[in-house]
Design a binder for this molecule. Structure first.
Ligand SMILES: [Zn+2]
Length: 78
């Protein structure tokens, strides 16, 4: 379990990780989404270590209050 400091609770609480794909260069049609899915799928392993990080938003959600915090890894790991 992920322990993080929650500003809202003012203490360390358990957080769960949520990963969302950003609305991206891919269009909104089913076909485009499927392409996005495939590219995400094949890039999946690499994305774990950063190759596709620009396509996802990583959040941590406080299990206590439900506060969502954006926590993209950003450039520091690249
Ligand atoms: Zn909280």
């Amino acid at each position: 379990m992920l322990k993080q400091f929650c500003e809202h609770c003012g203490e360390e609480t358990e957080h769960k990780e949520v990963i969302k794909q950003k609305p991206s260069k891919y269009g909104k049609s089913k076909k485009e989404q499927f392409k996005a899915f495939l590219s995400g799928f094949f890039g999946g392993v690499a994305s774990q270590v950063g190759a596709s990080l620009d396509l996802i938003d990583r959040y941590v959600v406080c299990k206590k209050c439900g506060r969502k915090k954006l926590e993209n890894l950003g450039d520091e790991f690249q």
